[in-house]
Design a protein around this ligand. Sequence first.
Ligand code: MCN
Ligand code: MOS
Length: 763
Amino acid sequence: MTVHNIRHGDASDGAEAVGGRLSRVDGPAKITGAAKYAVEQQLEGLAYAVLVESTIASGKVRAIDTNAAEAAPGVLQVLTPDTIISLRTAADWFGTPPPDKPYCPLARDISFSGQHVAAVVAETFEQAVAAAALVKVSYDETPSIVDLSDAKAGDGIPIDAMTKEWGDAQGAFASAPVRICAAYNTPREYQAPMEPHGLIARWEGDQLTVWEPSQWLDGMARTYAEWFGVPFENVRLVSPYIGGGFGSKALALSHGAVAACAAKMLGRPVRLVMTRPQTFTGYGGRAATRQTVTIGADRQGKIQSIVHRGVNETSMDGMWVEPLGSVTSIMYATPNFSSRQNVVRVNSVMPGAMRAPGENPSAFGIESAIDELAYEVGIDPLEIRLRNYAEQDPHAKKAWSTRQLREAFATGAERFGWARRTSEPRSMRDGNQLIGWGVAAGTYPVRRAYGEAIVRILADGSVEVESSSIDMGQGTYTILAQTAAETVGVRADDVVVKLGDSRFPRAGVTGGSRLAGVMTGAVYKAATSALDQLVGLAISDPRSPFHALQANTLVVANGRIGSPRGDGPDVSIAELLKSVGRDHIEATGDTMPANSTPEDRYKNYTTIAMALPHTEGDYSRHSWCAHFIEVRVDEDFGTVRVSRVVSALDSGRLYNPKLAESQWKGGIIMGIGQALLEEGIVDRRHGRIVNNNLADYLVPTNADIPDIEVISVGIPDLHSSVLGGKGVGELAIVGVAPAIANAVFHATGKRVRDLPITLEKLI
Ligand code: MCN
Ligand code: MOS
């Protein structure tokens, strides 16, 4: 395996400690091409697999004719439901014991267009592509439900666990002097990471190695192990570099099973890479949603009741619930509240996690509706948010751990110049450009879990950190180097962080913006115990230059060790280790409760069942933000451009402000895409995703993005994590789309409640 010897080049003073603006230590490798991605491994005897996908959305495979494909040059095998080896069903991500039945990653019963039905494996990629085109599949097609708007879709299944109610929401709404009621829709959206899904699988006896981009090595290793009925320890996942995931790379998926089956059957390593179109059906994007938000208020804009009803789509055989009441239930103080949710089955791949699942569409509903209320009662949209400010969690009825949202509103408004806004729609313009200013808030819960890490102090005085957690661009390598450097007392330059190998100490899923808090905590613990060992040796070993000093503590800084008073010896860590005859010091640290059993650990790292609720104990823990956005709408053409963004955000203490700002900007950019561009379009005859490529599924480019100013207003929150940080990765996308929709209303007088805001909705 390659050693991920990651060092940075531009540490300037102060950047090295936690809280410093150290540049991404993995940046140069990614930018120069030195970083090797999963499917770039050069392995002896590599064979290439290509998938054949269903062209109908509902029905049965009648027959698969593989004769021509089998006879094509270079073909090694053609896999169909009849020829592929049988697997066992694996547990879901909660670890629920699976039914004792076989699992086949190639389908006979079709429930969505793009489902894998066959695969061709050949000596070269080109031969596999050519032969895959020769596989003839015939079907018995049955009518399908293409999306939520299909008349056959119905009202769906009520998800009682999503119900949140207090007071008498319907009664209070009926008697409220001011009433708002509107429906808000978001379409199917896709993660579209730069690096498509794909893997290389290799068997050596009953040992499986999988090189695959992964947001969760230990969870995916468990799934592969269960599919193939081998011990968990027999599966190794390797994923040192990942070209983005945005939620789509946390689970082992059926294409992975196909590749691992092919490798086992063939006795050769097999590489399978999805085409860009296949990534649109290989993993579900964000579910399409429909919400109705009704608000009852008094004439001063004080909310008396919120009634919220939501629906999201899921697949025919899987259950994805996109929690649509998550922001609705906590953003504003209301004495009466009701939120309920249904899920509707459609013929699609199961939707899944995409940056802030739940909170993102939820905020589009409530943050648009509160703007509508502001206009109804004639109160400034910022002022109405402050009048309804929730001083505690209105649902959990607990104190916020920290909530710097008032500070976010104040700081953002000041920097944006909100006071200069004239409230009347169409009242601000620049030539034939209508100018609109919109505001919206966002939030994301602090998800907490346990993690572990090894910290080694090596003979040369450098420090090594190992963890099976990952970096898909967020900055994990960098912040863990900073944490170890600060805790041990060396320069960040002298820390090597190794991630992305399931042989390393375990980590749970990188999802829900939890990894930074989890892993800085674990590395802090491991590094503290390594430092204790180092200082202990220095004091107690008779060969140590400090032995005669009779000090009970020593100071380690900049890789040197000395007495706190500055008198006596001062030696480098390397010299000390040499004098006491040690070639390294090693410490494992974890944040698991002290009495945890090995089973607890396995469950914690390979399922999501043990995550700590964000409302555990006395506090409700969330990150918060306020977005102030300017749009310019061409009066003749209806084109919308975002011309200015100022966002103030509370993610608690920042481990690295440079990286947090970059994360926030990335989230805001994704939010701009969601507001104006992104929409999966389904063909109504066969339920196919029509725009399944990056030319037709539009994501923002540089030309779409103005200067974005992000301001941190957070304060350390020790209820949320060991070092005081809250989540960063998903927060900033939440609230961007409603801020833009609200700005478009201010510019044009048109309220668009249906994303994306495309020009035909404005003219
Ligand atoms: N950070 C910080 N201070 C904090 C918290 C975080 O400086 N208090 C910075 C660190 O650089 C850290 C990063 O923000 O590495 C993200 O930390 P965190 O919020 O804990 O999120 P995770 O590390 O768990 O990352 C996952 C999160 C999710 S769930 C999605 S989806 C997402 C996201 O991060 N996908 C991304 N950001 C992404 N960024 C990139 N480039 N690519 C993706 O696919
Ligand atoms: Mo993020 S959608 O929780 O991986």
